[in-house]
Design a protein around this ligand. Sequence first.
Ligand code: SAM
Length: 242
Amino acid sequence: MGAKILNLGCGTRTSAATINIDWSPQVRIKSSKLGDKVAKRLLSGERLDNYNAIEGNLMVHDLRKGIPFESGSIDAVYHSHVLEHIDRDGIDGFLAEIKRVLKPGGVHRIVVPDLEPLLRGYLDSLSAIDAGHGNPEAHDDHVASFAEQMVRREAAGTSQQPPMRRKVENTLLGDARKRGETHQWMWDRVNLAVVLKQAGFIDPTVVDFKTSAIDDWTSTGLDQEPDGSEYRPGSLYMEATR
Ligand SMILES: C[S@@+](CC[C@H](N)C(=O)[O-])C[C@H]1O[C@@H](n2cnc3c(N)ncnc32)[C@H](O)[C@@H]1O
């Protein structure tokens, strides 16, 4: 039997090689019997394309309630752009759950937006402006690069919906914060390694989108596009061992 790998907070980025877990409407719809028919009526454009790309073993679950697997039963746990959506005071519990389900020696692979280049870009912009060759009009974009995702109210893609559908969707599903879309914290190579060590993980190491201790990782296609490019540029990739 192949390795048992969890893809926590998969969204529509799933793989046939992983157990893909999320609580999002898309994953709920896909997991239901009439899913594809409902999706055709409710979704359009990029949202429908992303929905249609969902594959593999799906599980609808709220990760705030733990990870629904037995202790020491999983070979690797992966999550991409999920950790920053978890309340800062919920991180220790989330990491403890991942450690609990992993086998000894199991791999924990984390992908997060990297705070470091965003803040370096912000400081470089300030320095350039101070030196007289920067662009003050573009400076707010650097603030947005780390702040916008924390304060955004409207959920992604909702504003492009027809007005009635937009209203119904917002009433039923709530705003971006309620849907878990906003960032609750930001991570870099230092604070991420510290929380991993504090949770008992061994040797947190920065890797890249193509490098992993998980066998044949690139074949999952989770961090890489079919043309070989990086799925989420600007990310920090870190792995640690149970
Ligand atoms: C930014 S998306 C990342 C999706 C995917 N991993 C990727 O890299 O494209 C964050 C995902 O985490 C999921 N998520 C956030 N909080 C969750 C929770 N408590 N339980 C399950 N999934 C959650 C959201 O539904 C969303 O699909």
